[in-house]
Design a protein. Structure first.
Lengths: 185, 437
């Protein structure tokens, strides 16, 4: 079922329709939030908040087919508000019952049983360097690798040209290459 | 082709995107440039590693989606012990009857009336952050009031009322705060709209794309990044603006509101306006709530210091002192900090600081048992008045004086005083936990 139909069903009172939209768009929304504020529980809180805000604001969505891009816009605004305020003024979803914190989820037991420990450390270091990239470069890289988006899709989300996306990814990769050591990354 | 452009094209080619240069040109450059060949290999290796690294983070997303779905389901079927009127909701097919039970007339602006925001109105839009006692909440006139307390989530479209002796603070999702005085009733909606049915409220409207609207009968107060207090009285409303630039609109008029002023407003417009002599005293009804936010709450501490600063032996000082005393234990830590900050400061200004002496005097009367260590420390203050009032408080709290009146502590030299100080210290260290509230 396409997004537009799920939106229509949600507005008609079917909350399970919105649940489907949540499952469908959580990865993208989370990627946007990670890209904007960095990896961590704050980004996940903001992603959850975005999804709930989306439900509240659904009646205002004019073109139901554009739910995804509209929701990403909400995610960006939510992240910007958070970055601007530097305080959790929104309802914190840290109060929601959760089995594990993001850090606890991201543990060795989620990695393949035969994963090479040294390689895992290398990947951890790589991710740490990603998190240290300048915001716009981290944002582009995170969106690309999290969601496997095309340049055009990323350009629409971020409101820039595909050439700019290409430039940011190129520069981000070059910075990572330098920091990780040329020939080792 | 230069290497810089090639780097961008290699990146795009790896991503499956269109390159600026034709593929053949890229291949030719790679054949001629060892550095770019190395770069290409490195990028592919890095790409593989990045995909592996991000795949691990992506595993958390499934859990995130589950949490959101769970939260939505909980909001759709909230805990009945908190809101009894949800029992009716839980037993009826989702959405349909709920639309009838919860639908409230909403302003025509910003709403698509062909889509009933049934699910949206069920979601919480804020919570009761503080309350001095139990308060009541209901969906609309057709539902009975349910007793709720601090921590309760507030669904959009709810009505809240406080008994005459209860005050509360509501925090909305947009960061705005609304404090209700006793005997107040309001309605709250998701679109930053609050309806004042009766009573008195203070609000701090956060900054947002659209202003917060406080509706009272046919009046609408609009505020963005502003603070004001509104009290309803028969056909008049008294508005005191503490910060920002809100405005008010009636059926066919509107008027800006000025900070520092109190205005009497009727359906016909602003009937009277005057400078509010003291914003602290105008909103003193909130002090009971501020104390509950904790002794270190910045707003409480700021208010205490403001009251102290206003105490300058004028006639009005008695009112400020009264407010400080009414804050009770909640003001003691701030008063101690205030006094202590001057004790080690031997400047002329510090020595003659009226407020320090007044703060010490008030502490002498109201300091609670928890401040005993601080009071013992204040016995060493260079200000004899501070020492005297600290000794008064210690005698009152410990019932120990060793026949040395507190007035002796006003003397520059008081050898026996040191002995009493040690005794109080021993008393503090040896007192059982039951001695403390």
């Amino acid at each position: 079922m396409v997004d537009g139909e799920l939106v229509r069903q949600t507005l008609a009172g079917r909350t399970d329709a919105y649940e489907e939209l949540v499952r469908r768009w959580t990865p993208r929304v989370t990627a946007v939030c990670y890209a904007r504020v960095g990896y961590g529980s704050a980004a996940e809180d903001l992603a959850q908040e975005t999804l709930v805000r989306g439900l509240r604001a659904l009646p205002s969505l004019a073109d139901h087919a554009k739910f995804g891009s509209w929701l990403c816009g909400i995610a960006i605004r939510t992240c910007l508000d958070w970055l601007k305020a530097k305080e959790r003024t929104q309802v914190s979803f840290g109060t929601l019952a959760r089995d594990k914190s993001p850090d606890e989820m991201f543990t060795a037991d989620t990695a393949p049983a035969d994963a090479d420990a040294e390689h895992r450390d290398e990947l951890d270091r790589l991710l740490a360097e990603v998190d240290r990239l300048p915001p716009r470069h981290r944002e582009a890289l995170t969106l690309f690798y999290y969601e496997d988006l095309s340049y055009q899709e990323m350009a629409e989300i971020l409101g820039v040209s595909t050439a700019t996306i290409n430039a940011r990814l190129t520069q981000a990769r070059n910075m990572l290459r330098e920091r990780m050591g040329a020939g080792e990354a | 082709m230069d290497c810089k452009q090639t780097a961008a094209d290699l990146s795009a080619r790896m991503d499956g995107e269109t390159t600026a240069a034709p593929p053949a040109a890229i291949e030719q450059h790679l054949a001629d440039c060892r550095d770019c060949r190395t770069l290409d290999a490195d990028l592919h290796k890095q790409d593989t590693d990045l995909r592996a690294a991000f795949s691990r983070r992506r595993e958390t997303i499934a859990h995130l989606a589950d949490r959101v779905v769970h939260a939505l389901r909980e909001d759709h079927n909230p805990r009945p012990t908190v809101l009894r009127w949800w029992h009716l909701v839980g037993s009826i097919a989702a959405g349909f009857v709920l639309a009838i039970a919860l639908l409230r007339p909403l302003p025509p602006a910003n709403h698509n009336t062909t889509h009933t925001p049934v699910v949206a109105s069920m979601l919480p839009i804020g919570h009761v952050a503080l309350a001095t006692g139990p308060l009541q909440m209901r969906a609309d006139d057709s539902h009975p009031w349910s007793t709720v307390s601090a921590g309760t989530m507030i669904p959009g479209g709810s009505w809240i009322q406080t008994p005459s002796a209860v005050r509360c603070e509501i925090v909305l999702d947009d960061g705005s705060r609304v404090r209700l005085n006793g005997g107040t009733e309001i309605g709250v909606w998701p679109d930053r709209r609050v309806q004042l049915a009766r009573g008195e409220l203070w609000t701090s409207a956060s900054e947002a794309n659209q202003p917060m609207r406080l509706c009272a009968d046919d009046l609408t107060f609009r505020a963005n990044d502003a603070q004001f207090n509104v009290r309803a009285d028969a056909d008049h409303w008294f508005v005191t603006v503490i910060d920002g630039s809100p405005d008010v609109a009636g059926p066919d008029w509107d008027a800006p509101l000025q900070v520092g002023e109190t205005m009497r407003i009727s359906h016909d417009g602003v009937e009277d306006r005057y400078c509010e002599a003291d914003l602290l005293l105008a909103t003193r009804w909130m002090n009971e709530l501020l104390v509950r936010r904790g002794v270190d709450d910045p707003e409480l501490v700021g208010r205490i210091y403001a009251l102290l600063a206003a105490m300058d032996h004028t006639q009005a000082s008695a009112m400020y002192e009264r407010e400080l005393r009414l804050l009770g234990d909640g003001s003691a830590p701030s008063l101690v900090r205030f006094v202590r900050s001057y004790c080690s400061n031997d400047t002329a200004a510090a020595r003659t600081c009226i407020q320090r002496k007044e703060a010490a005097r008030i502490l002498g009367d109201i300091a609670p048992i928890q401040t005993v260590p601080d009071l013992i420390e204040l016995l060493q203050c260079s200000d004899t008045d501070v020492r005297y009032h600290a000794a008064r408080a210690l005698q009152r709290l410990t019932k120990v004086d060793l026949d040395i009146p507190a007035a002796r502590f006003r003397q520059p030299q008081c050898d026996p005083c040191e002995r009493v100080g040690h005794t109080w210290q021993r008393w503090w260290e040896e007192s059982p936990d039951s001695a403390f509230p």
